[in-house]
Design a protein around this ligand. Structure first.
Ligand SMILES: [Zn+2]
Length: 145
């Protein structure tokens, strides 16, 4: 079952993030890296924000991830998420890649079980149509578990 039941929440790839979503479809979480200055950024964009190079490549995401910040949503701003309340929105950080943070969800968390600094394990959520989303679970070795 999807974290969100409504399929309308699927991403709509554009020229900048089409390769990102294609990599996700192959169960590869990747981030964009500048070919000139090697700065890693997310979300994908066509020009390096550091040196303005158009030379954009991809690197595999680190496997170690933690909760940088989070919130629990208790009031739906759109009908498509009403049945999913309450749900979390998490800012995931990668300790070995401090220039990148990823917005996602921790699918197995309860409002009292999610903390800043929790270790996370990435999981793929197949929402159909060839779209896989990077979601997270609390890692077994989380300092809070
Ligand atoms: Zn650059």
């Amino acid at each position: 079952m999807s974290y969100f039941e409504d399929r309308d929440l699927a991403p709509d790839p554009n020229d900048d993030d089409e390769a990102y979503w294609a990599n996700c479809a192959q169960r590869r979480l990747t981030f964009q890296q500048c070919g000139a200055c090697k700065t890693v950024t997310h979300p994908p964009i066509s020009v390096c924000p550091h040196c303005q190079s158009l030379d954009r490549g991809w690197i595999e995401a680190p496997t170690e991830a933690t909760v940088f910040s989070f919130t629990w949503i208790h009031s739906a701003a759109h009908d498509s998420v009403t049945r999913s309340l309450p749900y979390n929105v998490v800012v995931v950080e990668f300790p070995s890649l401090p220039s990148v943070r990823l917005i996602s969800n921790v699918v197995d968390a309860e409002p009292t079980s999610l903390h800043i600094g929790d270790a996370l394990t990435m999981v793929w959520e197949d929402i159909g149509g060839g779209i896989l989303l990077p979601r997270f679970r609390l890692a077994a070795d989380s300092k809070w578990s």
